[in-house]
Design a protein around this ligand. Structure first.
Ligand SMILES: Nc1nc2c(ncn2[C@@H]2O[C@H](COP(=O)(O)OP(=O)(O)OP(=O)(O)O)[C@@H](O)[C@H]2O)c(=O)[nH]1
Ligand SMILES: [Mg+2]
Length: 359
């Protein structure tokens, strides 16, 4: 899973990136901000893995990771100037979700602090970036249809693409992000190729100054009408992340911070993306995996390895909560909570799976 931080210049993206990943990328009050993207991977800790490790005593515990990309600031008008075709926007198109960072603090270098206006500007730029791509493609498709050249999908393929692109262009022109539209499976397949920014799940991080953190309910309320959101005191979180674990814990207690920014962002990302966790257990490793809510046993198998999906026979399945209550998988079996499920079984959060397969 990859999350891209996007926001206006100097909104504190790199500060937050450092806070969340424990990195020390350059933060600056004055530079143009076009330093290139920072990339880091953070481990998604899950206390269930630790509890499972107590039971199975594996050689190692493995956690999923989230990649975080700190994209450079979008400048207003970038869309128009076609700056979105640059490498950074290409990178933005590859992320699974966007985290929109809003500046809600003042510094000596700048007193600007209008988070809701900034949000509008960012939304505008994202809409525009998608519109440019959709319109360009629509023109080509229509030219192709006129010439009668069907391309690889034949004329019917082009017609289907034309129909989707028309819907897309109309929505974007009305200021509607594509994530609000309902596409059927075929249309989804077509839109997926374009990696539209406004079709990605998005969340908002309100990056507040230390003094005002916790007092921005009005802003958060407006934001939460359209996005899952969280408030961070970015600067403070960055300083905390640079302390050793013990001192950080003591500081957090003093400040009344219960959960680290990293844990809160991960929880938010899971919600925004609709992810759940399942586990595999054994003497080698206890491991947590992510899949989309609603995914099947077959998709879970594919997340582990394509071979498991290819040769899928069945999955042995029981749930973490039952295991913790029962104490061992033997007890789980004797309670009748151990199931053999087929490929269409819908995996639940906390399921412990073992895939039977044959190639
Ligand atoms: N007071 C305060 N200052 C912050 C906070 N977050 C960032 N800053 C300051 O704001 C300035 C810009 O922060 P960066 O993290 O570099 O912002 P950015 O969005 O990465 O900027 P570009 O990459 O240049 O677009 C720096 O001087 C930071 O120290 C915050 O939460 N509170
Ligand atoms: Mg930066």
């Amino acid at each position: 899973m990859r999350i891209g931080f996007i926001g206006l210049p100097k909104s504190g993206k790199t500060t937050l990136f450092n806070a969340l990943t424990g990195s020390s990328a350059t933060v600056s009050a004055f530079a143009t901000g076009r330093l290139g993207p920072n990339l880091a991977s953070v481990k998604v800790s899950d206390e269930r893995v630790e509890k499972l490790a107590v039971i199975y005593k594996p050689q190692r515990q493995v956690y999923p990771a989230i990649d975080i990309v700190d994209l450079a600031g979008i400048n207003e008008g970038d869309g128009r100037a076609d700056a979105f075709s640059g490498d950074l926007m290409k990178l933005a198109r590859t992320v699974d979700a966007l985290a929109i960072v809003l500046r809600n603090f003042q510094t000596e270098a700048s007193s600007w602090q209008v988070p809701l206006e900034d949000l509008k500007k960012i939304e505008q730029e994202l809409l525009l970036a998608d519109l440019i791509i959709a319109e360009k493609r629509l023109e080509k498709v229509e030219a192709g249809l006129k010439k009668g050249s069907g391309g690889s999908g034949g004329a019917s393929g082009l017609k289907a693409e034309q129909q989707v692109l028309k819907i897309v262009v109309e929505a974007l022109n009305e200021g509607r992000p594509l994530r609000e539209l309902e596409f059927d499976e075929n249309q989804k397949l077509i839109t997926r190729c374009f990696q539209f920014l406004t079709q990605k799940p998005a969340m908002v991080i309100l990056n507040s100054g230390e003094a005002s953190t916790g007092k921005n309910q009005d802003v958060l309320q407006v934001v939460s009408q359209r996005y899952r959101s969280v408030e961070f005191a970015g600067q403070l979180e960055m300083e905390l992340s640079q302390l050793d674990i013990e001192s950080a814990r003591a500081f957090m207690e003093d400040l009344g911070i219960k959960e680290s920014a990293r844990d809160r962002l991960i929880a938010l990302a899971y919600e925004a993306l609709g992810y759940i966790s399942f586990f595999t257990v054994g003497p080698d490793e206890v491991r947590a995996w992510n899949i989309k809510r609603g995914a099947t046993a077959l998709e879970a198998a594919a997340a582990i390895h394509t071979d498991l999906a290819r040769g899928f026979i069945a999955a042995e399945c029981f749930n973490y909560d039952d295991l913790i209550v029962a104490g061992s998988d033997k007890e789980v079996r004797s309670h009748g909570q151990f199931k053999l499920v087929g490929k269409d079984y819908m995996v639940r959060d906390g399921d412990i799976l073992s895939i039977r397969f044959h190639i």
